[in-house]
Design a binder for this molecule. Structure first.
Ligand code: ADQ
Length: 732
């Protein structure tokens, strides 16, 4: 097996295969991604590319397949063959009739179909098999785009240590749209298999993070999502173009010749250019509408302006695309028929792929570029137009619904639905002084030059290495089998043992209701605790924020010591003792403030304990909870205004309680009373950090979950805690 540094995985390979007159034909697609990958440095054996070669396998004989594979291998490409049925259901279906329209906010074009989804899963598994064929356990893998959103997790389960990056080239929609997808959870879980997930803009990052939280509950801080045993970094990497390629080609003889020809053909005429794949997201019909309005409102430009509209054929078998083509062509004929004359055709239309030099010549010669998508992840045409303006001036009209607008703010920004506004902007663009055009072009060119597609690729892969390194450091703290064995050994040889255990999130998973009737301990847990407490010379303490009543119901029958309400109640020898603090007098005020909020906060709930009042917001929509929590805390501080009370943020709760007593103070007391040579403390949230802080150096401490902690070790889940306790309970 070859040793590779990076594996690129995308639906399409940079080489396309077709069959012409029974013979295989190989064509290079010089897209931005191919350029980016070739710029990653090293030689060809440092990267390989896995993808579909663009031809259905039903049309290929065994001999054809072998020939394709051998030919592609020469260029570092490895084919995944798809059948006609898969192309129809996976590619035309789930990718382009479900995900593409929904992620571009075309809800009405979105087709939800179980067959498409089945095929999407099946093809992602095919890609997994192909990657596993070439990957080593430490391989760097970079997966591209919406066709392969399940692949990161599929690979993660097979290669737990691999460095996996994912980049989405289209927008990630707001949760309001994303939630419409029946398979929304599977897609998010699929993506979360990556170490690093990249988007074009920060808006898409925000949408993604909020969808992760709303579908799976995983929270994020500064773009880092904490899962049970791993973290995932999410960031914005706005894709660039191969700047030099466009700026150099623009100065080449071939382009100068082409530009001259264009100049002669459109003598004394200003050119407005429109170049896109023929896709409904690109807003071509509304662009035509705005152009017609411009012709109607400003007749002085008749015969002086031509709109050159180049549309690349795309997804021609999908219904919505067929309809779009008919619509566009009909509107063009209407405008040409309505405004054209014997010696002037307002719109020159081409429905084809054009040669690179021809494209650059058009960019070079065009006085105005109209880039007006209704939605676009980034939009490279806008950037390519600016880079090609080496020897000429020009104005870029750019939709504010593209990702590119964030970087190209000197462009003439338009709302693609505002035809009246666009008509005015076209007129202004055609009459803009050249000095102003030059000034705007210059600053945009500088920006594009400094973050080209080469920088983009290097930036992403560097960040991927960085996130994988952080990930590895994090896993260093995860309790290893060796440390577990040490703990069991130390437990066995100790003269006296003390265990300090939190309950919610440590011994039992969180449930949506805080009521104790809804969160009882499992039979398995009770059995382990009983066995553990019956071990000789062993004291087991449950130290919880729960009420005495709850702990009594759950554990009253076992020989355990119980601490309720974070240390305000302690049960030893069957009686509860209470800390001597005054809290009663504040309760009424606290509850009345909280009740005011609870009435207008769906999902929120108030819990009254002897020594605290708790605001629970686990079931409140996160954005609402965020807003309410801030004002609730502000009002509480205002009402209480004294040093005896503290307001503490816990896991989906805000707790108001007296100062002074916490899980740390009670830990101190218990350690003095118990005088043990073996101490094990396990907890999961901020209140448990007080316990960890109070422990002697020799103690073993474990936090459940990732995130910063003073604990020596971490465990990913409640189940793993139970496993550890089970081992101790069986120790002889
Ligand atoms: P696309 O939707 O394909 O890309 P875009 O970014 O504009 O959109 O890229 C189109 C590419 O095709 C450009 O490089 C352009 O030069 C080329 N092209 C267009 N018309 C052509 C023609 N007639 N002949 C030859 N070439 C032509 C997706 C996302 C975008 C995102 C890119 C990259 O939808 O939002 O910018 O990926 O991430």
């Amino acid at each position: 097996m070859v040793k590779q540094k990076i594996i690129i995985v995308s639906n399409r390979l940079p080489i396309s295969v077709s069959k012409v007159n029974g013979k295989l034909k190989f064509t290079n697609s010089a897209g931005g991604l191919a350029t980016a990958v070739s710029s990653l440095g090293g030689n060809a054996s440092d990267h390989l590319w896995i993808g579909w070669p663009g031809i259905a396998s039903d049309d290929l004989s065994q001999k054809d397949r072998r020939q394709i594979t051998t030919r592609l291998h020469r260029d570092g490409c490895y084919p995944v063959f798809l059948t006609k049925k898969q192309v129809k259901k996976f590619y035309d279906g789930y990718c382009n009739a479900t995900i593409w329209p929904l992620f571009h906010y075309f809800q009405t074009f979105t087709n939800h179909n179980d067959d498409f989804w089945r095929s999407y899963k099946e093809v992602n598994v095919l890609f997994k098999k192909a990657v596993l064929h070439y990957a080593t356990p430490q391989t760097n893998i970079w997966i591209h785009d919406y066709h392969l959103m399940l692949l990161p997790s599929l690979l993660r389960s097979a290669l737990p240590k691999a460095s996996i990056g994912f980049f989405l080239h289209i927008p990630f929609p707001s949760f309001e749209l994303y939630r419409l997808l029946p398979n929304r959870r599977s897609i998010i879980e699929g993506l979360l298999g990556a170490n690093l997930i990249g988007f074009h803009t920060y808006d898409y990052v925000r949408h993604f993070l909020s969808s992760v939280q709303r579908t799976t509950g995983f929270e994020s801080e500064r773009g880092i999502i904490t899962l049970a045993d791993r973290t995932v970094t999410v960031d914005a990497f706005p894709i660039g173009i191969d700047y030099e390629k466009f700026s150099d080609t623009a100065k080449s003889d071939a382009v100068l010749r082409e530009t001259k020809l264009l100049g002669e053909h459109y003598k004394d005429m200003q050119i407005i250019l429109s170049v896109d794949r023929l896709d409904y997201s690109k807003g071509i019909p509304s662009r035509l509408e705005a152009f017609e309005l411009f012709l109607k409102r400003y007749p002085r430009f008749h015969k002086k302006v031509v709109l050159v509209l180049v549309a690349v054929p795309s997804r021609v078998t999908v219904e919505a695309y067929k309809n779009l083509r008919a619509d566009v062509e009909q509107t063009i004929s209407h405008i040409n028929g309505m405004y054209g004359t014997v010696d002037w055709t307002p719109i020159s239309y081409q429905f084809k792929n054009i040669e690179f030099e021809q494209l650059v010549a058009l960019y070079q010669r065009a006085d105005v570029a109209m880039v007006t998508p209704l939605r676009d992840g980034m939009n490279l045409v806008a950037k390519e137009y600016i880079a090609s303006k080496q020897k000429s001036t020009g104005v870029l009209i750019l939709s504010e619904l593209t990702g590119a607008v964030d970087e190209l703010h000197e462009a003439e920004r338009i709302n693609p639905n505002d035809s009246q506004g666009i008509a005015t902007i076209i007129k202004n663009a055609l009459t803009m002084p050249r000095s102003k055009q030059r000034e705007k072009l210059h600053s945009m060119q500088q920006r594009l030059q400094s973050y080209s597609v080469q920088e983009w690729a290097t930036d992403f892969t560097d960040q991927l290495k960085q996130s994988t390194k952080v990930q590895a450091q994090l896993s260093d703290k995860l309790l290893s089998t060796a440390t577990t064995k040490n703990i069991v050994r130390a437990f066995m040889s100790a003269k006296r043992r003390t265990l300090l255990l939190d309950y919610d999130g440590t011994l039992a998973d969180f449930v949506s209701s805080p009521l104790h009737t809804k969160a009882p301990p499992s039979k398995a847990l009770l059995k382990v605790l009983e066995k553990l407490a019956k071990q000789p010379r062993t004291n087991v303490h449950i130290i919880s924020g729960r009420t005495r009543e709850a702990l009594d119901v759950w554990f009253g029958h076992l020989p355990l010591s119980l601490v309720a309400e974070h240390g305000f109640w302690v049960k030893n020898n069957k009686t509860w003792a209470q800390e001597d603090v005054a809290f009663k007098k504040y309760k009424k005020d606290i509850i009345s403030v909280m009740e005011g909020y609870a009435q207008r906060t769906p999902g929120a709930h108030i819990e009254e304990k002897d020594f605290s009042i708790v605001w629970h917001y686990r079931n409140t929509p996160p954005e609402l909870a965020y807003a309410r929590n801030a004002s609730l805390q502000h009002d509480l501080r205002h009402v209480l205004n004294n040093d005896e009370i503290q307001i503490v943020n816990g896991d989906k709760i805000i707790e108001v309680k007296p100062q002074g007593t916490n899980k740390g103070t009670i830990t101190n007391e218990l350690l003095v009373e118990n005088k043990s040579d073996f101490v094990l403390c396990i907890g999961d949230d901020a209140t448990d950090e007080d316990m960890f802080r109070a422990l002697p150096k020799s103690a073993y401490s474990i936090k459940v979950g990732l995130g910063e902690t003073r604990a020596r070790n971490q465990l990913p889940s409640v189940n793993k805690v139970l496993n550890l306790l089970k081992q101790l309970s069986q120790a002889k």
